[in-house]
Every structure is written in C-alpha cells, then in structure tokens.
Design a protein around this ligand. Structure first.
Ligand SMILES: Nc1ncnc2c1ncn2[C@@H]1O[C@H](COP(=O)(O)OP(=O)(O)OP(=O)(O)O)[C@@H](O)[C@H]1O
Ligand SMILES: O=C(O)[C@H](O)[C@@H](O)[C@H](O)[C@H](O)CO
Length: 276
C-alpha cells in the first residue's frame, strides 16, 4: 500500500488545486477500549463544529454479543466493521453535492468529521487508509489514545452499562500496535524498526484528566489541520504530512515515561480554517 507521503505525486497530478482545498478531513480518534475515544472525539467535534461518527454504534450484533461474553474480536470480525466505519465517515464528512436551497451555495458544515474507532493494529489503519486516504476524496489523520492496562481496568470498573468488561482489557492491550510516529534515527539503539506512521499522533492518557486530554486532542487536530492547510494551498499535498512541520515551540504534550512517541509542538498560528 502507498504511504500517505507517496500519494503526493498523484495528488499533484490528478487533483485541481481548488478541489483539493475542499477535500474532507477525516480524523479518527483511536486506541484500546476506555482510553477516552468518545470523550475526546466529542470535545474535538464540538470545538470544530464537525459531525461525529461513533464506531461502537457500527458493530454487528454478533460482534457486540462476542465482546459482551468476554471474547476478543478476531481480524475477520473486524474487517466488515472497518468498512462500515469508512463508509459512515465519508458520508458524514462529505459536503452534500447539492446543498439545500435555503442555504444557497454555503455548506451546512465544513467538510470533515471526527470518528471513533479502536484501529488497534497497523493493518486496520492501513485498511482505513486504503479507503479514506485518497487524493481528491479525503484526507485521513489518526489521534491514537493510549493508557496502561491498570488504568484501563480501573476506568472500565467504574463505568456502567457497557458491553466491554474488565476481562477484555488485556486482549485490547496485547492487540494494540501503538503507531510509531516519528523516525528519531535511533532504530539501532531501540531496535524499533517498525514503519513510521506519519499521519498519526499519540496521546498518553494515564493520570491526565479527561478535560486535559480533550484539550490535547483539540491541539493535535489543529496542528494537523494547519499542516494540511498550508500544504494544501502551497504544494497541494493534502495527503502528505511532514512530521517536522508539526514541531513548534516546546509547550507540549507530556511524554510518557518509556518508549512511546508523543505528539508534540504547539502550532504558532491560532486561526483554524478547515478548508485552508
Ligand atoms: N483521561 C481520563 N481519565 C480518567 N477517566 C477517563 C479519561 N478519559 C475517559 N475517562 C472515563 O473512562 C471511561 C471510558 O471513556 P470513553 O467512553 O470516552 O472511552 P472509549 O475509548 O470511547 O471507550 P470504549 O471504546 O470502550 O467505548 C468513561 O467512564 C470516561 O468518563
Ligand atoms: O477493536 C475492538 O476490539 C473493538 O472495536 C473494541 O475496541 C470496542 O469497539 C470498543 O473500543 C468498545 O469498548
């Protein structure tokens, strides 16, 4: 599969500049159960006036049944669900082709959406990229939330009326492939040879209050919009994202102790315009 970076050439050759600026932005808030996806996605969606797609609502009856009985989903169980998430995100994010007459030529909302989906493995994110990171169709970005097993167990214990119980937490943690977000050049030292996923940002949530994680999510999305906006208008490379450009003054999202790569940088520009 092409990486987002490799799509640049196609984007330059096949999409007219003006069209590119109106390409919907789809942000997927990902991570294991109870990392705070719904909480964070709601905050981001409200801040930017974007519709939200709740991935949990798109599971089949069979998947819900399985998870309720404490059985982790398999890849096979997840493929169809990921397809549903792609379709629902595209439908939510795309401006209507003919806006209602009373709105004149204005769209009811800027094109884009905030979707929650665990997207635990890289192969799942790749499927979503195949469907949604397509020049002229959409720009896709991931905000991946993570937390320790201990903290997730505690959150799930305190939560009521949810099919996902404590006995599912371990499998969520074991299955999760936290995206490697930057190439720090330390592969030899760390032994981390996984492919970098430049369209992802990771937020560690242990001992961080929900409101603070929401703020971080809003900031991360702003950074990604600004990068996409400037590339969209200058080079037209709406599907490319250069990690370096995400770095700014060192205010920052704290880094977890250990090896997780963290999203960083505060954008210098405060104005946020989805359509660049
Ligand atoms: N940063 C946080 N600190 C403490 N509790 C949190 C935090 N974020 C979310 N929670 C709480 O944890 C629970 C799970 O949050 P939320 O539903 O947002 O997570 P989720 O990832 O969408 O879960 P799921 O995928 O299982 O539906 C909720 O009770 C929520 O209030
Ligand atoms: O991929 C998965 O195993 C599932 O999607 C779960 O992560 C749940 O949908 C969700 O997070 C609800 O707790």
């Amino acid at each position: 599969m092409e990486s987002p970076g490799e799509l640049v050439e196609d984007a330059n050759s096949s999409v007219h500049d003006t069209d590119r600026l109106h390409v919907p932005r789809i942000f997927i808030v990902a991570g294991p159960a109870a990392t705070g996806k719904s909480t964070v996605a709601k905050g981001i969606a409200a801040t930017y006036g974007l519709p939200m797609v709740e991935g949990d609502d798109l599971h089949s009856k069979e998947n819900i049944e399985k998870m309720s009985q404490g059985q982790p989903l398999t890849d096979e169980d997840r493929w169809g669900w990921l397809q549903e998430i792609s379709s629902a995100s595209l439908a939510a994010a795309s401006p209507p082709t003919s806006p209602p007459e009373e709105l004149g030529s204005a769209h009811p909302h800027p094109p884009g959406c905030i979707t929650t989906c665990s997207a635990l493995k890289k192969s799942y994110r790749d499927l979503l990229r195949d469907q949604l990171s397509v020049p002229g169709l959409a720009v896709l970005r991931f905000v991946f939330l993570t937390a320790s097993e201990e903290v997730l167990l505690q959150r799930i214990e305190e939560r009521e009326n949810h099919y996902m119980k404590k006995n599912m937490v371990h499998s969520q943690i074991v299955t999760a492939e936290v995206p490697r977000t930057t190439d720090d050049g330390n592969d030899e030292d760390t032994g981390d040879e996984r492919e970098v996923e430049p369209d992802c940002r990771v937020i560690w949530t242990d001992e961080v209050a929900p409101e603070e994680v929401v703020e971080k999510g809003i900031e991360v999305v702003k950074q990604m919009m600004l990068i996409d906006g400037s590339q969209g208008s200058e080079s037209g490379a709406a599907n490319d994202i250069d990690e370096g450009e995400a770095e700014g003054p060192e205010e920052e999202l704290e880094e977890p102790e250990g090896e997780l790569e963290e999203s960083e940088g505060a954008a210098e520009v405060v104005e946020v315009e989805l359509e660049a």
